[in-house]
Design a protein around this ligand. Structure first.
Ligand code: PMP
Length: 354
């Protein structure tokens, strides 16, 4: 840290992403990436777009924005396209929260929320999940704070019914509710239709998971035109060209190949169900997940040890050093064969055969 860093920024505890090691080849199940490559149409589109990189990209999300709007059945002015959904989430903290209008989110949820809050000097309330790791909607009724809910939640994978979210939105009319739907395409029901009814709702989604494009950095927010305008006001105040020609081109191609996305999601869901069954038959507790990962633990087995043993066997999973969940592992649903290998390793490790 240099002596020039401002004291507010010195106090930041940055988000720690899942590791991306290059020391050896791993079965990588630690960052919820897709096991499938992006659509071939997207690969071709990137090559074509690369030929025009001497030019700045389109402003305001260009055609990608209208493709997303059409796909979701909302208006062009109800979508903001961003550099990953992390960008739109950060913008929501910046745009809608302040000392007078704090944020609120669960104790066990996406680890970036407190980082964004601190980055934007926003005070926040942490609301513990219930013992079974579900959200109690009553905890959010009329709390007069800007609420961030990941649905399905991460790292638990648990889905909160849209009717519960609607009650939360309705009871906090003077605050914004942000529903982070990074994992919605793996079985959950989206809150997007509710944006027509509630002027205080923002729904965010990403191309990183279901569309196999974590490397492209594309996400979007969906909300009423006034909120979308607010987000673009901030985009124009920081980085109007927030999307490159390359990521817009691959995004458009992915939207046009939504059948490919749908098929891959169905495959992930069916692998998830089989993997969950296999883990349970090994004696693991597995939370019910509607995401492309599961959260699991085995009674009497240390999460840290399990994580380290798997790592030394060439399998990376995610573990969080946080008191309520430090014996749990978040395991991305990968290719079927990789999940079979993992189940076999877990069997050997937990039966002390390895
Ligand atoms: N929300 C949640 C709950 C996530 O797990 C992630 C991925 N780390 C994101 C948002 C951000 O994803 P991206 O910026 O790749 O769209």
């Amino acid at each position: 840290m240099s002596r020039f860093l401002s004291s507010a920024m010195k106090a930041l505890a940055p988000y720690i992403p899942g590791e991306q090691p290059s020391d050896r080849k791993y079965i990588k199940l630690n960052t919820n990436e897709s096991p499938f490559p992006p659509s071939e149409k997207a690969v071709k589109a990137a090559e074509e777009a690369a030929k025009s990189l001497q030019l700045y990209p389109a402003l305001d999300g260009g055609r990608l924005r209208s493709e997303i709007a059409e796909y979701l059945g909302v208006g062009y002015d109800e979508v903001a396209v961003t550099n990953g959904s992390d960008e739109v989430l950060n913008l929501c903290f910046k745009a809608f929260c302040s000392t007078q209008s704090p944020a609120a989110f669960a104790d066990i949820t996406y680890g970036f929320y407190p980082v964004f809050a601190n980055y934007n000097c926003v005070p926040y309330e942490i609301i513990p999940l219930k013992d079974d790791f579900t959200v109690d909607p009553c905890d959010y009724i009329g709390i007069n704070k800007n609420i961030f809910i990941a649905n399905p939640n991460a790292p638990t994978g648990i889905f909160l019914p849209v009717s519960d979210i609607e009650k939360i939105i309705k009871s906090n009319p003077d605050n914004v509710v942000v529903v982070d739907e990074a994992y919605i395409d793996f079985g959950g029901e989206s809150c997007v239709p509710l944006i027509k009814k509630y002027p205080n709702l923002v729904v965010t989604q990403t191309f990183s998971k279901s569309r196999s494009m974590a490397g492209a950095r594309l996400g979007f927010g969906v909300a009423c035109p006034e909120l979308i305008n607010d987000l673009y006001r901030l985009i124009y105040s920081t980085n109007p060209y927030n999307l490159s020609r390359l990521n817009m081109a691959v995004g458009i191609a992915a939207m046009e190949d939504s059948e490919y996305t749908r098929r891959n999601c169905a495959e992930v869901v069916s692998t998830r169900e089989k993997f969950t069954e296999d883990l349970r038959s090994l004696g693991f507790e597995v939370l019910p997940s509607l995401a492309n990962f599961v959260f699991a633990k085995k009674e009497g087995v240390s999460g840290r040890e399990l994580y380290e043993r798997l790592r030394s066997e060439g399998i990376l999973v995610r573990r969080f050093d946080s008191p309520r969940i430090n014996d749990w592992l978040r395991i991305t649903i990968g290719a079927r064969d990789d999940m079979k290998t993992l189940v076999e390793k877990l069997r050997l490790i937990t039966e002390n055969l390895l």
